[in-house]
Design a protein around this ligand. Structure first.
Ligand code: GLU
Length: 293
């Protein structure tokens, strides 16, 4: 079977040098092993994603010389598939409706910290969800949902970990030559009870990325180092659903002139801005350290 790679941008802003690095690296690694390259539009956030940004993604990638297979999978057209997976998690009681507001979360943490000890933070530095509503009775949950209380579906991390056979790990390719691999221990517990779906959108980044990587038969996930630790949660979900795990390669991040991570609002590193300033695709490849293609 031919290896399958994917580049999976979100159309909630313009592409920058970091995206160019990911897309070009996916293309180069796919070509090197006779693999396929798919493009996936991750547009579950229907309020922030726009058709204009999506069109711009196609334009910028074509200009860069990236070629992908069609049809392109757009996540917003597959909510029913994510819903089915969410229903499996609900059926197995691995998720619960989490009703605590930001204020309630903050108050619970202040109270816990007043009793001693620092409340645990996730790898991004955000406090873990206290989950005081994890054990609410079925009737009380129903009552609150029917009353219209806002909630999100959160993974019951302890229950989910009990479901999978240890050790949980992923294969990280140690270089883009793809032959040197390391097994990395997955530590989903570091993220606590993560959000799996929202009330109005039956999915989240984590659920749909796992669903699509499996449904599209992705064998190699090549993306930025900023998603390295999120892989732990993705491995856990893959295991729960019985999905095969792809191999991962998390490439170094392209940083701005100030050494900071790029964001979609940084004009000086946007692909379109650079194009307008006369930078060529070869120039972009040089800027992201991939100029020997
Ligand atoms: N859609 C994500 C982003 O634009 C990337 C997801 C992934 O590669 O797993 O940051």
């Amino acid at each position: 079977m031919r290896p399958v790679f994917r580049f999976a941008p979100s159309p909630n802003g313009r592409l920058h040098l970091g995206h160019a690095c990911s897309a070009l690296l996916n293309q180069r690694m796919a070509q090197a092993c006779g693999g396929r390259l798919l493009l996936r539009i991750e547009d579950i956030d229907v309020t922030r994603c726009t058709p204009e940004y999506e069109d711009a993604i196609y334009r910028d990638l074509a200009w860069l010389g990236v070629e992908w297979e069609t049809p392109v999978r757009r996540q917003s057209e597959h909510f029913h598939e994510y819903r089915d997976l969410l229903d499996r998690l609900i059926g197995e009681e691995l998720v619960y409706p989490a009703f605590m507001s930001r204020g309630e979360v903050r108050a619970a943490i202040v109270e816990a910290e007043a009793k001693g000890g620092r409340w645990p933070r996730d790898p991004d530095g955000a406090p873990l969800y206290p989950g005081l509503d994890r054990r609410l009775g079925k009737r009380e949950r129903r009552r609150r949902i029917d009353r219209g209380d806002p909630y999100a579906w959160r993974l019951d991390m302890a229950a989910a970990l009990e479901r999978v056979a240890p050790p949980l790990a992923w294969t990280e390719l140690a270089d883009e030559g793809m032959h040197v691999a390391a097994e990395v221990e997955a530590r989903p517990q570091d993220w606590g009870d993560v959000i799996v779906a929202r009330r109005d959108i039956p999915t989240s980044y984590q659920l749909s990325v796992v669903a699509d990587d499996a449904l599209q038969g992705i064998s190699h996930v090549v993306r930025g180092r900023d998603l390295y630790l999120a892989t732990s949660v993705q491995r856990l979900l893959q295991q729960i659903f019985g999905f095969a795990a792809p191999a991962y390669f998390h490439h170094r991040l392209v940083t701005g002139p100030d050494g900071r991570k790029l964001s979609k609002s940084q004009g000086d590193t946007g692909i379109a801005e650079l194009r307008e300033r006369g930078v060529t695709p070869a120039g972009i490849r040089a800027m992201v350290g991939l100029d020997e293609i």
